[in-house]
Design a protein around this ligand. Structure first.
Ligand code: 6R9
Length: 629
């Protein structure tokens, strides 16, 4: 183990500026920063700035600087959905050339520094190439997960006024074709999307897709003849690198904005530190690039570190439940990073599909996305890791850019605990009034100070940024998570304390699902909560009130569930829909979700005080008709 946790944490605490100055040296700067941090979480002089007088281009650290020393080393290994399909090994030299050609093509198409580009792509190397090509010329990419439906794509395009969209003809998952280009066409027919001038299409499955001229262009055609070098746009450290939309407790998804210097420093440093990265590692993070985990630990972190990284287009159960482990053996993966929901789904199938494979190459296992239950942790440790490999349970968020809390690998882990803040990270647990609680305790997880990878704003809405994260507990960043801290000072994240539901590791806002419901003409009102689900961690439970005169029947129930799926995407499909002639509301009209959560959980004895309800009798009827037993 190259590091000593206590020593590093103490060093960062003693001299944060000196510590983060040193960490920043791992990145190639055009102009090295002399200013390190400039931060205040207070309303009156609120600001978050890191390395503010530095100049760089993130792709230089991810590509150019490796050419002399490791140009022939594999940057990306691509494993297609079909296990007999064509794999690819892309060396750093080739990745650099591909990024430069696309970057030149984007410049030719009129994309300039600061312009927004929406990416809607499968998990294929072209996704990484597209992200880096944007970064090369200073365009701000906004990756939209390939599982989102046209409405969700349109909202995300409209919010940031994208000039260009990059998609593929189709994606492939578990043998099924995902009509990506058709979804983009449908999205661009929706209002608010007229900022888009060009759609670039990657030829992936070779399916025939209608091209609208002159809007649509094949990527092969526009990169043809482009030079394979491209001057990197000099970016101030605080210039935006990307926007990534994520769900919050209220309203529509917000565009989390990350800037260039702090983000790349933090993604790269945490990737090395959290996984104990070594030079000969083959790193595989199973996350899709549509999520922050794919940004930081498939693309930016690993590439900045010159690592070899696996990209897998498919799913863990296709063609069978050994797929992950077969891929591990095929490429001799040494570090494997996935989500608890995948672990639980595989655990359900028993040990045989795992035991049929070797997995000897694995050195470190990681997990992210939601709390991991100790049972799944033990199975991951004992069966997948043959009780040989440490597990790093990494707690972080889209907003944090990289991992903040993870077990130091120089000591035994505790199943279900993310354990310790990384050096330079200052978590605290506060009560409902914002008082910092000491010692062994439980409450709301906050951060007392900034770190380079912290998000800088909600795109186009600084007020929402401040209000969402800094107004609940003034002077502190509120994570939205609850946490326990044990007598050893180790953190155990207990889950969201707000109205965000984490379904299979994906964040879904209650408000988003509710507004999808009420966009249906027969729905008067809807309230959506999470409930414990064996595989997904949390499932979606919906209470729906129909318009007067509409009949509560199973056909309409199925229609409404399909409607939500169509509006947002399959990940937001409600598991249960209960008809609610009335919803529990306070006298001021606020829906009491605490009560709805307890009903959905099947714990009506824990309803607590219902005396403040406008009409306490609605609760009784909801308890009686609970779904899903
Ligand atoms: C990276 C990512 C963030 C939310 C976060 C928390 C949950 C993530 C976790 C975890 C317990 C872990 N979460 N990692 N909870 N233990 N190791 O997942 O980002 O999609 O923004 O979700 O996920 O609730 O607040 P994002």
């Amino acid at each position: 183990m190259a590091y000593d946790y206590e020593r590093d944490y103490a060093e960062a605490a003693r001299d944060p500026d000196g510590f983060w100055r040193k960490v920043a040296q791992r990145i190639d700067w055009m102009q090295a920063p002399t200013q390190i941090r400039d931060v205040s979480f207070d309303a009156k002089d609120f600001r978050i700035r890191w390395y503010a007088d530095g100049t760089l281009n993130a792709t230089v650290s991810c590509l150019d600087r490796h050419l002399a020393t490791r140009g022939d080393r594999t940057a990306l290994i691509f494993e297609p959905d079909d296990p007999n399909g064509e794999t690819q090994r892309i060396p750093y030299r080739e990745l650099h050339a591909r990024v430069c050609r696309l970057a030149n093509a984007l410049r030719n198409l009129g994309v300039a520094k600061g312009d927004r580009v929406t990416l809607y792509l499968p998990m294929i190397p072209d996704a990484a190439v597209a992200m880096l090509a944007c970064a090369r010329i200073g365009a701000i990419h906004s990756v939209v997960f390939g599982g989102f439906a046209p409405h969700s794509i349109a909202d995300r395009i409209a919010d940031c006024r994208s000039k260009l969209v990059i998609t593929a003809d189709e994606g492939l998952r578990g043998g099924k074709r995902i009509p990506l280009k058709a979804n983009v066409d449908a999205a661009l027919a929706l209002p608010g999307t007229n900022s888009v001038e060009t759609v670039l299409v990657v030829r992936h499955t070779g399916a025939a897709v209608p091209m609208q001229m002159p809007r649509d262009r094949w990527v092969d055609a526009v990169v043809e003849g482009q030079p394979d070098t491209c001057d990197p746009e000099p970016m101030n450290a605080e210039d935006p690198l990307f926007i990534l939309y994520t769900s919050g407790s209220t309203g529509k998804p917000k565009g989390v904005l990350h800037t260039t210097g702090g983000y790349i420093v933090y993604a790269s440093w945490t990737h090395e530190r959290v996984f104990d990265l070594r030079d000969d590692d083959v790193f595989w993070c199973t996350a899709d690039v549509g999520w922050v985990t794919g940004h930081s630990y498939v693309v930016y972190g690993p590439l900045a570190n010159g690592a070899t990284c696996v990209m897998f287009e498919g799913v863990p159960n296709y063609p069978d439940y050994s797929r992950f482990w077969n891929i591990v053996d095929k490429y001799q993966v040494t570090i494997f990073y996935t989500a608890p929901t995948a672990i639980r789904a595989l655990m359900r199938e028993g040990d045989a599909p795992v035991k049929a494979t070797s997995r000897k190459s694995i050195r470190v296992l990681g997990t992210v996305g939601e709390p991991i239950n100790p049972e799944a942790w033990r199975w991951y440790h004992d069966v997948v890791g043959d009780a040989r490999c440490p597990i790093t349970d990494t707690w972080w968020q889209t907003e944090t850019g990289g991992t903040l809390i993870a077990p130091p690998l120089d000591r035994p882990q505790k199943p279900g605990s993310a354990m310790k803040p990384l050096p330079g990270i200052l978590p605290a647990i506060v009560d409902g009034k914002g008082n910092v609680l000491e010692g062994e305790t439980e409450g709301n997880l906050v951060l007392l100070d900034s770190w380079p990878g912290q998000m800088r704003t909600v795109y186009g809405d600084q007020k929402r940024f401040f209000e969402t994260y800094f107004s609940t507990f003034p002077g502190k960043y509120f994570t939205g998570d609850g946490s326990h801290r044990d007598a050893d000072g180790d953190y155990w994240i207990t889950g969201r304390v707000d109205d965000v539901i984490i379904v299979s590791g994906h964040r879904i806002g209650s408000a988003e699902v509710e507004s999808a419901f009420v966009s249906h003409p027969k729905v008067a009102e809807a309230a959506v909560v999470g409930f414990p689900h064996d595989i997904k961690g949390q499932g979606i439970y919906a209470y729906v009130t129909l318009m007067d005169g509409e009949a509560e029947d199973d056909a309409l129930r199925a229609e409404l569930i399909a409607h939500v799926r169509k509006e947002i995407g399959p990940i937001a499909t409600p598991d249960h829909l209960q008809w609610a002639p009335g919803l529990p509301k306070t006298r001021s009209g606020k829906i009491m979700r605490r009560i709805l959560r307890k009903i959905a959980e099947g714990a009506p004895e824990q309803l607590g005080d219902t005396s403040t309800l406008a009409d306490p009798t609605v609760v009784e009827s909801l308890v009686k008709h609970r779904r899903g037993q």
